[in-house]
Design a protein. Structure first.
Length: 136
């Protein structure tokens, strides 16, 4: 049985640039760094940055993204700082909870989100998506 996400690995074109983005801009904790990679912690998530010569050069056209949790208290400061730094946004928030949708230096789609599954389900029960079913 799967018990959770073990880690997420992101392909990056420039270890230093991505390392600085994830540690200095987003605030991930650095654990280890080497010539072709780095290990970071984002909350309880193990995040690996891995140099790859085939790293994307533009955002994927699909909706797939990684959402990081941020507290409601910290959200305004974080989102203002990201905007002041000129971090590109890829979407405007239209769902429950405050969110800012940004691109990292390698065009990976990220979200900083206030809320959790419980708050999302509560909002969806108030205004269900088309043909939505609830389980449990």
């Amino acid at each position: 049985m799967i018990t959770g996400i073990n880690h997420i690995t992101l392909s990056v074109a420039d270890i230093e640039k991505s390392f600085n983005f994830y540690t200095q801009v987003l605030g991930c904790q650095a654990i280890a760094k080497w010539q072709q990679g780095a290990y970071l912690i984002a909350g309880n998530l193990w995040l690996c940055l891995s140099w790859d010569s085939h790293t994307r050069t533009s955002p994927a056209t699909e909706y797939t993204h990684i959402a990081f949790t941020i507290s409601e208290h910290d959200f305004p400061e974080y989102s203002d700082r990201l905007l002041k730094l000129g971090i590109k946004q890829w979407k405007q928030n239209t769902s429950e909870g405050d969110s800012i949708y940004i691109l990292d230096p390698d065009h990976h789609k990220l979200e900083l989100h206030v809320g959790n599954l419980s708050t999302r389900i509560a909002a969806a029960k108030q205004s269900p998506y088309e043909n939505m079913e609830f389980f449990v």
